[in-house]
Write a new protein. Structure first.
Length: 233
């Protein structure tokens, strides 16, 4: 039984690694291809508008609307890239990527997310950074979609030989057993995936919630004894 469970965990781990590599590949292709072309087109339209004033108010309005929609397309592409694989995670690390994430939530959702990070300047192993970022991403997505909370709090810090992550909100909360045993499939899979990511790296993830009492997600993952060499590839 133990061997069978380990084989399943090994398979899930390989699937998660493959998913992350595919996410990164698509994110960089969108960034280097479509997004760069859209930005160049937007700049051309802006220059054209400045250099060639339109003969009518209607033409000016249509050109401005086209430029505005193209700008929205660029912003949406950047949002998709950030969800797939934020380049800041590869370039600057977990603490900075989470800072950018909570700032974006305030701008997009109006939810005030306070953030504390105390993990030092040294980069964490790539697998640990990815796992903790995905856990935080899922937890914060749940805050935005379901909690109806006006504020949340994220803490990332070293805890002995581990790194811990806390995501807390003061929203509606939920019955954990009901969600895990028969709730909306997306919610159930999201909670299970967070637990799986922590478990695969030898860590733990606990979820505390109840109707009307908000939600607290606590993950703790041990630092490996041998440092992993890669971050972005």
């Amino acid at each position: 039984m133990r061997k069978s469970e380990q084989r399943v965990r090994d398979l899930v781990g390989k699937i998660l690694v493959a998913q992350e590599e595919e996410r990164r590949r698509i994110a960089y292709e969108v960034h280097d291809g479509f997004t760069q072309m859209a930005v160049a087109t937007y700049q051309l339209l802006e220059n054209f508008t400045d250099e060639y004033p339109q003969a009518s108010v209607e033409a000016t309005e249509e050109l401005n609307e086209t430029t505005h929609r193209l700008k929205q397309t660029i912003e949406e592409a950047r949002r998709v890239i950030a969800d797939l694989r934020p380049t800041v995670l590869d370039d600057l690390g977990l603490a900075t990527a989470l800072r950018q994430k909570v700032d974006t939530i305030f701008l997009d959702e109006g939810i005030e997310v306070s953030y504390e990070a105390a993990i030092g300047e040294e980069r964490l192993p790539a697998s640990l950074e990815i796992a903790l970022f995905r856990i935080a991403q899922e937890a914060l997505a749940n805050v935005c979609k379901h909690s109806q909370s006006e504020r949340a709090h994220v803490v990332l810090k070293h805890a002995g030989g581990s790194v811990s992550l806390r995501v807390q909100d003061w929203g509606l909360g939920f019955n954990l057993s009901e969600v895990l045993n028969g709730g909306v499939r997306g919610e159930r899979v999201g909670l299970s995936s967070m637990k799986e990511r922590a478990t695969l790296l030898g860590g733990t993830l606990e979820i505390f919630s109840g109707p009307g009492s908000g939600t607290l997600i606590m993950a703790e993952i041990p630092l490996p004894t041998i440092e992993e060499p890669d971050h972005a590839g």
